[in-house]
Design a protein around this ligand. Structure first.
Ligand SMILES: Nc1ncnc2c1ncn2[C@@H]1O[C@H](COP(=O)(O)OP(=O)(O)OP(=O)(O)O)[C@@H](O)[C@H]1O
Length: 588
């Protein structure tokens, strides 16, 4: 602890630039910065931002203001009793909130230690707010340690506030009182209240993250995704942190959700689709849906996820139900019978197709084609020299592209030199799509040489716990966290749940729980409420009515956009069409 800085010390420094003995380093460094600014010494009070600018700052800093509100109110009586003010500033030192002893407020008004006053060092020299911002450390500045004489009537103690997620400076909490009156605990109190505000902000943000995860779970997102909060921090999903500028892009997206820079995003993650998640008017996060493997050209390198021979063995070993499917699939594919793999979303159709392709033709390329993206003219780059062609959702092939698809398939079959193996993956019943006139009959018979049906997870309950453990392990890969464990009660609920989104849903639930759990042990209260709340038994007709109501509500919510409605329901578009048909609803 060093001695008290007297007015003479400050005058000596001003006149001769000589630092008084015992002056604290933090004060000396700040004085030297201030002395380099020509016009600063003559300032008598802090500058004021305009009313409009202040309103903008209030809005921009609403998170920290919201987190601070209760703490400021709770300390008001103490501030009044100790003849002091508690002041909250933004990261540039502009006062956003100030309250305390009325007599002190009156005096502080003259110096503009009030809403909109700017207490940055560059604006009014050495003071606790400005110096805490400059150094990033808590600091106390007493009486004559202030560089501008007009504000030497104050003692102030300030603590920088740091964002609980990003660590960025988000404001300053300051306690100021007259220098003639001792404020022995001001520094400690400023430190304590600043800590409480940051803690509350952290809790608010944790709630936001939980809301984002729940929202995503309810949407039953199929396929791979990455969920970000509005600060560009990844909450769940694949780690693409290495992609240049991705967090910045996500922050920009969440800040300006109505004019997203989709070009920049497409450049960072080609083919990804961004959806802003909003609660009321506030954009709280962004989910990036990652593209499926794109169309692969002949001879293209095998996709990273491509199956290998041992993948099929591993898949077969998962359950007694998958083993015969894997064995039959392999024999059929070896005999070049076109395979149709049929199953609800997330039952593992693509995984099975890749494993089959890898086991039968380990060296050949695996080419995936999204049939919904086929156009009348765009199939020239199909592989025709061996390998496996996987057609995803053939029922979604636009009608105008179906003749071309048929011609292509005929050509592939007739290529005796290096014939292509064919696997089609369909979520809706492809025969029903054929009967509904959605898919040409000749196309259907060319694709469905043999049908492999992947049952939904609710009919493969023996796989649930092993999958749970596998996904829990995947969730912590590359991190120091330990895999989640599940209490017996939680395991029973998870095993009994119906999993309408199948493995996608199971994986999403485990990834989300893993991201949120600090204890690493999941019990009943941690599970999504829809799993633990008892549901009254419904008769079949009531079930159908409810499903119909859900579908219609989603279509309503998406303004009639069927593709979007299907995506949010977690079903293929063709399935939605079939459902609408079965409800007797005509679509445009
Ligand atoms: N046996 C398995 N073990 C572990 N993970 C699996 C297994 N089978 C599938 N998965 C994972 O489950 C998810 C769903 O699998 P997949 O994408 O193959 O299903 P799908 O039926 O093709 O889904 P969709 O109809 O939505 O395209 C994927 O994340 C996949 O990696």
């Amino acid at each position: 602890m060093t001695g008290i800085t007297r007015k003479e010390d400050w005058e000596q420094f001003r006149a001769m630039g000589r630092a008084p003995e015992g002056l604290r380093d933090v004060v000396l460094a700040s004085w030297q910065r201030a002395a380099r600014q020509d016009d600063l010494a003559s300032r008598t009070r802090a500058p004021l931002v305009s009313g409009d600018a202040f309103a903008g700052l209030h809005q921009a800093n609403r998170d920290v203001l919201g987190a601070a509100r209760d703490h400021l109110a709770r300390n008001l009586a103490l501030m009044r009793a100790s003849r002091a003010l508690m002041v909250l500033c933004d990261p540039q030192g502009v006062v956003l909130e100030a309250d305390g002893c009325p007599a002190v407020i009156e005096r502080a008004r003259d110096d503009r230690l009030l809403l909109g006053g700017c207490w940055d060092e560059a604006a009014i020299g050495t003071n606790a707010i400005g110096t805490a911002i400059h150094t990033g450390q808590p600091v106390e500045i007493r009486g004559a340690e202030h560089f501008c004489e007009g504000i030497q009537k104050w003692n102030c103690a300030a603590t920088p506030l740091r964002h609980p997620v990003t660590g960025a400076l988000i404001g300053v909490l300051d306690i100021t009182g007259p220098s003639a009156e001792a404020q022995p605990h001001a520094a400690a109190l400023s430190l304590a209240v600043a800590g409480q505000i940051v803690q509350t902000l952290g809790q608010d943000l944790a709630q936001e993250r939980a809301w984002l995860l729940e929202t995503l779970l309810l949407q039953r997102v199929a396929g791979d995704f990455i969920l970000f909060d509005r600060f560009g921090q990844r909450i769940s999903g694949a780690d693409l942190a290495g992609r240049a500028g991705l967090p910045g892009l996500i922050r920009a997206l969440a800040r300006q959700p109505d004019a997203p820079d989709l070009d920049a995003l497409a450049e960072a993650v080609p083919g990804a689709e961004a959806q802003i998640l909003r609660r009321g008017d506030a954009a709280l996060g962004v989910v990036l849906r990652l593209p499926r493997a794109p169309l692969r050209r002949q001879g293209a390198e095998r996709p990273a996820l491509a199956g290998r021979g041992d993948d099929l063995d591993a898949l077969a070993a998962t359950s007694a139900l998958l083993a015969p499917l894997c064995a039959q699939g392999r024999m059929l594919l070896e005999a070049r019978v076109p395979l149709l793999v049929q199953g609800e979303t997330g039952t593992g159709k693509e995984t099975l197709a890749r494993a089959l392709a890898g086991s039968v033709a380990p060296e050949g390329p695996v080419s995936l084609v999204e049939c919904s993206a086929l156009a009348e003219t765009a199939a020239d780059d199909w592989p025709i020299a061996g390998g496996t062609l996987v057609l995803i959702e053939p029922a979604e092939t636009p009608p105008e592209a179906q003749p071309l698809l048929l011609r292509r398939l005929k050509a592939l079959a007739g290529n005796g030199v290096a014939p292509v193996r064919l696997i089609a993956l369909s979520t809706p019943d492809l025969a029903a799509a054929r009967d509904a006139g959605q898919l040409r009959r000749d196309l259907f018979y060319r694709l469905a040489g043999a049908v492999l049906r992947l049952p939904p997870l609710r009919d493969r309950r023996a796989e649930i716990l092993p999958l749970l453990r596998r996904f829990a392990g995947q969730a912590v890969e590359g991190s120091r966290r330990s895999p989640l464990r599940f209490t017996p009660a939680a395991q029973r609920v998870l095993e009994a749940y119906d999993w309408p989104g199948n493995l996608h849903e199971l994986r999403n639930v485990v990834l989300s729980l893993s991201a949120l759990s600090s204890s690493r042990l999941i019990d009943l209260p941690d599970l999504p409420p829809e799993m633990t709340q008892p549901r009254p038994p419904l008769r079949e007709s009531a079930l159908r009515d409810r499903a119909r109501a859900d579908v219609l509500q989603m279509i309503d919510e998406t303004g009639g956009n069927l593709a979007e409605a299907a995506r949010r329901l977690g079903i293929a578009r063709s399935t939605l069409y079939l459902k609408l048909d079965s409800y007797g609803i005509r679509r445009r």
